[in-house]
Design a protein around this ligand. Structure first.
Ligand SMILES: Cc1ncc(COP(=O)(O)O)c(C=O)c1O
Length: 392
């Protein structure tokens, strides 16, 4: 059966991605999986059992529109305590991962030709959702302190001179994916001023806020610094507790929630997440932090030992990815196929850019493999790049 004649005329646009990312490889540097060793079957089973004992009968009905009330209460308390944001529990809704919340926002806000402002490199999942809706993603110059507010304002003025206004500013403001940078406090204040002056919402993605490894504490979330209702906030428990759980959340005013469509996480998954976080979050975060510290150090030292001096890796203070800049002209997109054949996959820089350029960068995640596996994988990758002439 050929189904093509039955498909909608409005299928999303195809977005170019390297085929190698779908391959199975021994070393996985391409995905921000949760740390597998932090998933303790006994502790998860205990939390699930306690949650079921308390509220199994709630599974009989459909969950409310916003999802598990206990978990939303816990999120509100955490946002206040850890991110400086005092949020009404009714403004919080649970989603199938941060990605589920972003999908709902993109569907509700974006028509073909709309503009979204994003960091110089931005998370490929969101970028691809935007590109598949035929949005125009304008990348704003960014550095180790995050998005540059002067460059942001210049872009807004340039667009405005042509009669165009962005739908939102999308920022991954902590341990940015892929660069690892954190938006400084001063820049947060400036971004909020600019958003207020030009009346443009900010979508703030803090999916990595629980993943501080070392270095300075995080500045507060823009969500809590905003008096004008300009910030929609997205985050997730997938990277902390398991990507397979598909539990994330967002904070948005009711007016926005009213126009959102799409799926919810399973009530069973949210029950487990609530019970586990309620009883074990601090301990779990520390276990993950210790694992990530060893793995980050292994990645950074392996890159420094195996790659030539011209290749830069800035050790990230949190999150689960190292961002590597290779010599001008190195094409990590083209080299991925050879790397996959050698048993390693990574993300070429171009997948974080609407024009698919700047492939002399690559992102190496360190959450999935152990420190030893990371050292082996980086040595293999260096070999592939050497043979492919990427080191110049
Ligand atoms: C910045 C960012 N946002 C969202 C997601 C999607 O996360 P989830 O699995 O919670 O949908 C990711 C996953 O890599 C991410 O890095």
């Amino acid at each position: 059966m050929d189904y093509s004649e039955f498909f909608s005329k409005n299928l999303p646009a195809t977005v170019e991605m390297p085929a190698g990312l779908r391959a199975d490889t021994a070393h996985i540097f391409s995905v921000t999986n949760a740390v597998p060793q932090a998933i303790d079957a006994e502790l998860y089973a205990e939390a699930m059992s306690n949650a079921l004992a308390r509220e199994a009968t709630s599974l009989a009905g459909y969950p409310g529109m916003k999802g598990h009330e206990g978990l939303r209460g816990l999120i509100a308390a955490e946002l206040k305590d850890k991110r400086g944001a005092d949020v009404d529990i009714e403004d919080i809704f649970l989603s199938d991962g941060a990605g589920g919340a972003i999908r709902k926002l993109v569907d509700a806000f974006i028509d073909a030709g709309d503009i979204v402002l994003a960091e110089e490199f931005t998370y490929s999942g969101t970028l691809n959702m935007l590109l598949s809706k035929r949005a125009e993603v304008v990348h704003v110059e960014s550095d180790s302190d995050g998005m540059d507010p002067d460059a942001l304002e210049a872009e807004i003025k340039r667009l405005s001179a042509g009669g165009r206004k962005p739908k939102f500013i999308y920022t991954i403001s902590v341990y940015q994916n892929p660069s690892g940078s954190t938006l400084s406090l001063e820049r947060r204040e400036r971004l909020l001023e600019i958003a207020a002056e030009y009346n443009i919402p900010i979508v703030e993605n803090e999916s990595y806020a629980d993943f501080r490894i070392d270095g300075a504490p995080l500045p507060p979330a823009m969500l809590g610094m905003d008096d004008n209702g300009l910030v929609i906030y997205v985050s997730s428990y997938t990277k902390l507790l398991g990507c397979g759980l598909r539990v994330g959340f967002a904070v948005a005013p009711q007016q926005v929630q009213d126009v959102l469509t799409g799926g919810m996480p399973s009530q069973l998954a949210t029950m487990l997440v609530y019970e586990y976080l309620r009883t074990r979050k601090a301990e779990h975060v520390e276990t993950v932090r210790r694992e990530l510290l060893a793995r980050r150090d292994a990645l950074v030292s392996a890159v420094r030992e195996n790659f030539p001096i011209e290749c830069e890796i800035v050790p990230p203070h949190g999150g689960m990815m190292g961002w590597v800049k290779m010599p001008e002209g190195a094409d990590t997109w083209a080299a991925l196929e050879a790397a996959v054949e050698a048993g390693v996959k990574y993300n070429p820089g171009g997948i974080y850019r609407a024009p698919r350029d700047r492939n002399n960068h690559l992102r190496l995640t360190f959450s999935h493999n152990t420190a030893e596996e990371i050292r082996e994988g980086v040595a293999t990758l260096a070999d592939v790049f050497e043979r492919g002439g990427l080191f110049g």
